[in-house]
Design a protein around this ligand. Structure first.
Ligand code: NAD
Length: 326
């Protein structure tokens, strides 16, 4: 197991014992230089970003005995699926480790912004403990617009519904199980009507800059915009402009364009190579978290448990429901 963090060790120990597996854990990301140390291993378990090697490296992995690459993350873009398949290596991922983890972070950003906690903290740090001008709305009086109501969007809908908000949603797929708690509307209606607009689509060619200058212009000038999905779904320049020109009131983001090499890393004492992120961090009506919405105890446990479950299923010659193929 590569890229193993200390917080994963307890779950690894528990799950390894359950399936009687022998595990070696390594803190660094896997590189082809590690292949020779895999002698005797059946499964390579990864949780990292960036390609793991060339087609030739997959042949080397197979030759040393690797039969299965178990990803304990959702994204499998790091794997050359064709090369894995050509060498008889099965690949599995963890499609949903805890939609609620991201749902709760989305709710957290909404509440921080609604109650003006950043503005209040900025005042207090200056010795100003007044609260004039920081009057808040209550969530049950608001309409929440969710764009992309899949696994995470559904969790977001249930959380806001539990607090009494009115929920509207935009998604080409309508889920009958949500019909009691939300109403599907077209994207323009959602942008114009919602007090909180939150995006939960995948990032692909059709959703890149889905929320652009035009979309921000349609939102209420009291609207809060949230992106806890993938940075490039919203146009960062347009977001900054919408905040500066007061087209919208506030924003909460867990992901931003060009976050690689920044979010998740410690850059203390170094320049942060993302001026737009630095600008957003300076704004009191913006709440930022460094792509950590997934990072909860249940999510970490599920990522490890599902990877071990898949290892067990495949070792027994069965088919895992999490197998990904080219
Ligand atoms: P999902 O596939 O379960 O759901 C996505 C939904 O979006 C689907 O219902 C789909 O029909 C809909 N959709 C696709 N294109 C759309 C469009 N143009 N307009 C409206 N709806 C559209 O995905 P998920 O697991 O819920 O993940 C949602 C997002 O959250 C992804 O971008 C994922 O990468 C991100 N994510 C973020 C974190 C984090 O830590 N911040 C963790 C996990 C996932």
């Amino acid at each position: 197991m590569y890229s193993v963090r200390p917080d994963e060790q307890a779950a690894i120990k528990k799950n390894a014992a359950e399936i009687n597996a022998t595990v070696t854990t390594v803190a660094h990301d896997f590189t082809p230089a590690d292949i020779s140390s895999l002698k005797g291993a059946d499964v390579l378990c990864l949780a990292q970003h960036g390609a793991i090697g060339t087609a030739e490296d997959y042949a080397k992995l197979a030759a040393i005995g690797i039969k299965h690459i178990a990803l304990r993350i959702t994204g499998y873009d790091i794997i050359d699926l064709k090369a894995a398949q050509a060498n008889g290596i099965k690949v599995t991922n963890v499609p949903a480790y805890s939609p609620r983890s991201v749902g709760e972070m989305t709710l957290t950003h909404a509440m921080v912004l609604l109650r003006h906690l950043n503005e209040s903290k900025a005042r207090m740090l200056q010795g100003d403990f007044s609260w004039g001008g920081l009057e808040a709305d209550e969530i049950h009086t608001l309409t929440v617009g969710i764009i992309g109501v899949g696994k995470i969007g559904s969790a977001v809908a249930r959380l806001f519904d539990a607090l009494g908000a009115t929920i509207i949603a935009n998604d080409p797929i309508h889920r009958p199980e949500l019909s009691d708690i939300l109403t599907y509307v077209d994207k323009d209606t959602l942008l114009k009507t919602a007090d909180i607009v939150t995006v939960h689509t995948p990032l692909d060619d059709t959703t890149h800059h889905l929320i652009d200058a035009d979309a921000f212009a349609k939102m209420k000038n009291t609207a809060i915009f949230l992106n806890c999905a993938r940075g490039p779904i919203s146009d960062t320049g347009a977001l900054i402009n919408a905040l500066e020109t007061k087209q919208i009131a506030a924003a909460g983001i867990d992901s931003i364009e060009d976050e690689n090499g920044i979010f998740g890393d410690n850059l203390k004492g170094q320049d942060v190579p993302n001026p737009r992120l630095l600008k957003l961090l300076q704004m009191p009506n913006v709440s930022v978290s460094p792509h950590m919405a997934f990072y909860t105890k249940p999510a970490v446990e599920n990522m490890v448990a599902i990877a071990f479950h898949d290892a067990d299923v495949i070792a027994q010659g069965q088919i895992s429901e999490h197998e990904v193929t080219a």
